[in-house]
Design a protein around this ligand. Sequence first.
Ligand code: MSP
Length: 519
Amino acid sequence: MEKYSITTAIDYVNGEPHIGHAYEKILTDVLSRHYKKRADKTFMLTGTDEHGIKIQKTAKSLNITPKELCDKNASAFIENWKLLDIDYSKFIRTTDSYHKKTVQDIFEKLLENGDIYKHKYKGLYCSGCECFLAEKDLDEAGCCPIHQKKPDVVEEENYFFKLSKYKEKIKEHIKNNPNFIQPDFRVQEVLNQLEDIEDISVSRAKTNVEWGIEVKSDPTQVIYVWIDALSNYITALGYDVNGNHGQNFIDFWPVNYHIIGKDILKFHSIYWTGILMALGVELPKGIYAHGWIMIDKNKMSKSTGNVVSPKSVMEAFSLDKPDSLRYFMATSAIGGKDGNYSDDDFKEKVNADLANNIGNLLNRSLNMLVKYFDGEIKEEFINDSLVKETNTVIKEVLDLFDKMDITLAASKIVSLADEANKFVSEKAPWALAKEGKLDECGKVLYSVLNLMIKVALLIEPFCPNIAKDMALQLKTDINKKYFEIEDYMLKTGKLISKEEIHPVFLRLDSEIAGKSKKN
Ligand code: MSP
């Protein structure tokens, strides 16, 4: 039985979701939906990261309790993922009681094994990163280069995790498993970071940080956010320190991929790997670090005022289904590099690929079938034009998914519709019908509609609603798995009537599209 499991990073809830968070969840959902068409059992995990000084401070500034802030914003994340049709299997909140209990158990186990020790420490703490920084990590102004803020000087007695003990083992694992860190160009970056790795602080004094999970054997300390946050990947699946694991842990750990942003690769590839080694838990099969989404080529930030939320894009373009936004986002950052969102690029790409290319072709072909054959597919129409080419592309698409090249996989799918469009222009079925060559005309329409079934099945992970609508008009079950794709899938007999034909995707209205989407 083939199983597939995948996770996203869990988002901080000190703000509402933006298009960068959405990009990661869409990318992960596309992969997960793709594997639903391949594997027998799949699991996708996402959620929210709710502890730490940042959340404590934001709640204070809003005059509400941290829990109130978490509840409000966790709901906003859930609502946005619903709007985007993110089909996760589980949503974990780090304030969930089962998570808190297991994190405490994990901490105690690491203490008992001697992997965690207490140590007095003075360091520079960036609350944006929720971690200590070294002098050399700071920019010329002495600020954190990501958050552009001076870190706080913190002097505390904390618990430390003996990460340095695992340094060589982690290095060996990365070197022996070339697919562990992806894309490839990130591997050296991690190996370089590993060179400077020291033991890490894994707790904060409760007098300084109240909003966290207490250390069970020492309630004066709270567990530092990264050990709390990273553990979500196993607590959500039912990991138990004494080995009485839940079924999801048995079925789905180790996961195929942790999908995360490039900024938190160090925490996943080094810290998390070390923690799992110390716990004696198998390592994830892969960690994929995606690039960042910029807005009109600029970094998104509250101070610049250019933060775009997925909900606001959907509202401004009057989208009742998220398919076009999913398609655009999933393909917007190539090969783990940074990507860009702009209203114009969004409109242009989805109008070209989804409306003009795929949507129009299906609509035109179905209308011709009704006009010339009263919507009927005759036995004699079946022929092998485009079948071989389609099979080649299907194989390429699946290979590209294996290589995590989602952007190219999508453009290969669209290229199928391109080929079919060219085929229709060359064969001119309308002219064949006029000349009375009805069999030839029928064959052309068969080839195109048969190909469109495969386009629908392949595009489903990106555009589940459009694909469903295509399949409805092509009388196919959209839930078919890839292995059920056959050469001749279009059934003979009456396919469709005039009334049943409708566009699967309308061009984005240019006037509506001009509205601002800023929060
Ligand atoms: N809570 C931590 C992750 C813990 S995972 C065990 C965190 N949260 S975050 O809210 O700051 O970011 C969540 C995810 O969104 C991260 O993977 C991060 O890289 C990603 N992104 C945040 N802004 C982004 C963009 N502008 N573009 C793409 N992804 C971005 O880090």
